[in-house]
Design a protein around this ligand. Structure first.
Ligand code: MRU
Length: 372
């Protein structure tokens, strides 16, 4: 996507020094656009855990590049130690954030690709190529999600007086959450570029505020009309006919169509159901967990530091980014980062292969290679 007229992906190898991986530091957005270097696998771990990068697709891509950096670190060792070092780094990367399935998928894909090569030199070459492939596939899937999802928006617009489609989204499932395009936002950008009249309701998405900080910034840069709303506003808007469609992303979707996404998504889905508003989830197939069925019982829900609930970060009048305490210092707080929306509340899934219902049969018809 473009930032001030220049095309960026969210992660790439430094073209001048191919042992360095570059990322956009999302902790500083929207107030500062800053590029950071990852020079070792430990940097990739920190970037994922502390949310310099975030979002299922980008976490997966960062883990892929993290494994490439690990292969460079391991190259001074012999072949046996090389493999065990990579396994160790893979474990550490997987432990950084448990909910997004893309992360484990990327690590396992790297381990498999690397283990097939004999020489250390080839192991490094394949690790670099695999990291690039994971990133390219992510971007390509998101681009295709947009081509399918735009049809839903177009259809609603055609059947509506005035044609303007109001879409509500939660958190950031934009290009910042992936390598490019985004999942939920890919259809939105596509609709805007096709001149379909749209407007986006952006949930602030506490406590990290991905909606207010990141989705708002992305839409602003692209010129898409949007309004930021407090997280509890969606139900009211829906009752008054001000939402035509909800599109969110997901960090892990089970084969039965249960969707784990940013905390609060479930409440949006309940309100959408009660008001007969379509609730779609956009995802590349790398966010399906082909082994899990029951999302509520099986999907691991990340619990982050409660300090993220007690503090907020923003720009002061003096133009400094600062963190302030919101609660009494002594307050207890808890910070579940995701919740699960059961398949029965999901109207459909927008994938790179098309749109399907959120149930095992329809998902597997679109992805028959995962049929047992
Ligand atoms: O904690 P984050 O910012 O990594 O979580 C991201 C989300 O949950 C988003 O809602 C998104 O829809 C899923 S990632 C594309």
């Amino acid at each position: 996507m473009n930032v001030n007229g220049k095309h960026y992906r969210t992660i790439w190898i430094d073209p001048k020094e191919n042992t360095i991986v570059k990322i956009i530091n999302q902790r500083e957005l929207p107030h500062k656009f800053e590029i950071e270097n990852l020079i070792g696998s430990a940097d990739a771990e920190v970037a994922i855990r502390d949310m310099y990068v975030r979002g299922a697709g980008l976490i997966g891509a960062t883990a892929g590049y993290g494994m490439y950096l690990a292969s460079l670190e391991a190259s001074i060792q012999n072949k046996e130690k090389f493999n065990s070092y990579l396994i160790q780094v893979g474990k550490r990367l997987k432990a950084t954030r448990p909910t997004a399935v893309n992360l484990a998928l990327a690590v396992d894909r790297q381990l498999e690709a690397i283990s097939k090569e004999e020489s250390l030199e080839n192991k490094i070459i394949i690790a670099k190529e695999t990291a690039k492939k994971i990133a390219d596939e992510d971007a390509d899937s998101c681009r295709r999600i947009g081509e399918h999802g735009v049809k839903l928006i177009e259809e609603i617009s055609k059947n509506k007086d005035g044609g303007r489609v109001n879409i509500l989204t939660h958190c950031n499932a934009g290009w910042l959450a992936f390598v490019d395009y985004g999942s939920a936002t890919s259809s939105i950008y596509n609709a805007f570029d096709k001149k379909i009249p749209i407007h986006v309701w952006v949930d602030i998405t506490g406590p990290w505020n991905q909606g207010a900080k990141l989705t708002a910034w992305e839409l602003e840069k692209h010129g898409v009309p949007y309004t930021v709303i407090a997280d509890n506003t969606g139900g009211h808007l829906m009752q008054h006919g001000l939402v035509d469609l909800v599109i969110t992303g997901t960090d892990r979707t089970t084969i039965a169509g249960d969707v784990a996404n940013k905390i609060g998504t479930y409440l949006k889905a309940l309100a959408a159901k009660d008001n007969n508003i379509p609730f779609y989830v956009a995802l590349p197939s790398s966010s399906f967990d082909w082994k899990m069925k029951d999302g509520i019982k099986e999907i691991p829900i990340e619990e982050r530091d409660s300090e993220e609930v007690k503090y907020a970060t923003g720009l002061t009048k003096g133009n400094k980014i600062e963190r302030v305490l919101l609660t009494p210092k002594e307050s207890n707080a808890v910070n579940y980062s995701f919740d699960v929306t059961p398949a029965r509340l999901v109207t459909g899934l927008i994938t790179e292969r098309g749109i399907c219902k959120a149930n095992e049969e329809d998902i597997l018809n679109l992805f028959p290679e995962h049929k047992k």
